[in-house]
Ligand binder design. Structure first.
Ligand SMILES: NC(=O)c1ccc[n+]([C@@H]2O[C@H](COP(=O)([O-])OP(=O)(O)OC[C@H]3O[C@@H](n4cnc5c(N)ncnc54)[C@H](O)[C@@H]3O)[C@@H](O)[C@H]2O)c1
Length: 386
């Protein structure tokens, strides 16, 4: 296929690498010449490194690179069968770009957005033929992260979504289908990993290193929430939290924490600024966790039940299927297990009991139990049969 990509930043460049690697012809466009040059240099470097490591042959490296064209005129997209937009995350800019794209490409060309937080239906509304518009949400870096969320807009033709699913799986990636709702699957369900951990910190129940220790040592998560927030950047993560909170019409479940906001305001952004929840400056000592077994077990279970509750609610509101929800969390954020599978193992009545205790203590809507969990406990059901 000929794939047009708008935006040669980190995502556009990664999507270009993946598509060209899989034999597609790629046209990469950016409004910034500098971005195009940087993208070209980084693709060349990545492909050379892959060849050096013996992952691909020299000839393959050359032909993959040869399949990518760096273009300065959008009119070159005229013969593209699909255009993927990976530009700045601003609704008005994306809408204008989609509207313009329709004047260039054929009626059959699929128009996809890689947006993380905007409504795909709102972007599609800018088009004359919104039925060919959908979300194809890659994770960073797109070549390595197998998960891809396919998000049909309200207007999207079912066949277009099916084509996108096939296109993604033909490249060896894992497509999951998500309803056009805030955060789609991963960025919605993962909120409590950060939010509940921050709440535990804010209440003085434990410090960051102890919470991280609980989630990695008992939970088996690859990175603790504070290490991960420092890695993502506290400014970036705060913006996502705030965006999701607003998009959910201020549902208290997604309420941001003052700590996170103040960290961003103070410039304690994490690794990139040398200081976040941890100190990354030279010579700084890593603090030691409190390894009180009762405490770390409480922390792990509290965060886990909040994650399970979020996953169950996403299923209840038909954001995605059971299997897609579990696949999304395993491959989009590397969780050690799917959360619905984990719910079965933990015991659905036990999850409910933990949530009810929290609700009883705080009397906050944040801790309300998903109706699906109650329904399942009432029917003595589990998410998986076995
Ligand atoms: N970075 C991530 O982890 C990540 C993950 C998933 C999705 N996304 C989404 O992907 C999109 C791109 O993110 P990114 O991290 O690659 O951003 P980025 O800032 O690295 O790159 C964006 C590029 O778009 C270019 N651009 C801006 N306006 C343009 C226009 N009108 N036409 C063409 N090019 C234009 C910029 O010059 C820049 O090179 C956003 O919608 C973002 O939400 C990002």
């Amino acid at each position: 296929m000929q794939i047009g990509i708008l935006g040669a930043g980190s995502m556009g460049t990664g999507i270009a690498q993946l598509a060209a690697f899989n034999g597609h012809k790629v046209l990469l466009y950016d409004t910034s010449d500098k971005a195009l040059v940087k993208s070209r240099d980084s693709l060349l470097k990545i492909l050379n490194r892959m060849a050096e490591k013996g992952k691909i042959s020299d000839a393959d490296s050359k032909s993959i690179f040869g399949r990518i064209q760096f273009i300065e005129d959008k009119q070159s997209f005229v013969d593209s069968e699909m255009v993927i937009e990976a530009i700045i995350e601003k609704l008005e800019v994306k809408k204008a770009v989609f509207k313009e794209m329709e004047t260039i490409v054929s009626d059959e060309c699929i128009l996809a957005t890689n947006t993380s937080s905007l409504s795909v239906s709102a972007i599609a509304s800018a088009c004359q033929k919104p039925e060919r518009v959908l979300g194809i949400h890659f994770f960073n870096p797109p070549f390595l992260m197998k998960l891809v969320e396919i998000i049909p807009a309200l207007q999207t033709d079912e066949k277009i979504a099916e084509k996108a699913v096939k296109w993604v799986s033909d490249m060896g990636h894992l497509p999951v289908v998500a309803k056009d709702t805030p955060g789609f699957i991963v960025n919605r369900i993962a909120r409590p990993f950060y939010g509940e951990s921050l709440r535990i910190l804010d209440e003085g129940i434990a410090d960051a290193v102890t919470i991280d220790w609980a989630m990695t040592d008992i939970g088996g998560f690859k990175m603790g929430p504070f290490t991960l927030m420092d890695f993502i950047g506290n400014d970036v993560n705060y913006t996502v939290t705030e965006t999701v909170f607003k998009a959910f019409f201020y549902d208290p479940r997604y309420k941001p924490s003052f700590t996170q906001q103040r960290m961003a305001m103070a410039g304690y952004l994490g690794r990139k600024s040398g200081r976040g929840y941890y100190d990354y400056r030279e010579g700084a000592e890593k603090p030691k966790p409190n390894d009180d077994p009762e405490l770390i077990n409480y922390i792990f279970e509290r965060v886990l039940v909040m994650l399970i509750n979020e996953a169950a609610d996403a299923l209840y509101y038909q954001v995605a299927t059971r299997d897609d929800i579990d696949t999304a969390m395993k491959y989009g954020v590397n969780y050690p297990k799917g959360l619905l599978k984990w719910a079965d193992e933990f015991g659905i009545p036990e999850v409910i009991e933990f949530l009810e205790d929290l609700y009883e203590l705080y009397r906050e809507d944040r801790y309300r139990c998903s109706p699906l969990l109650r329904q399942m406990a009432y029917e003595n059901n589990s998410f998986y049969e076995d």
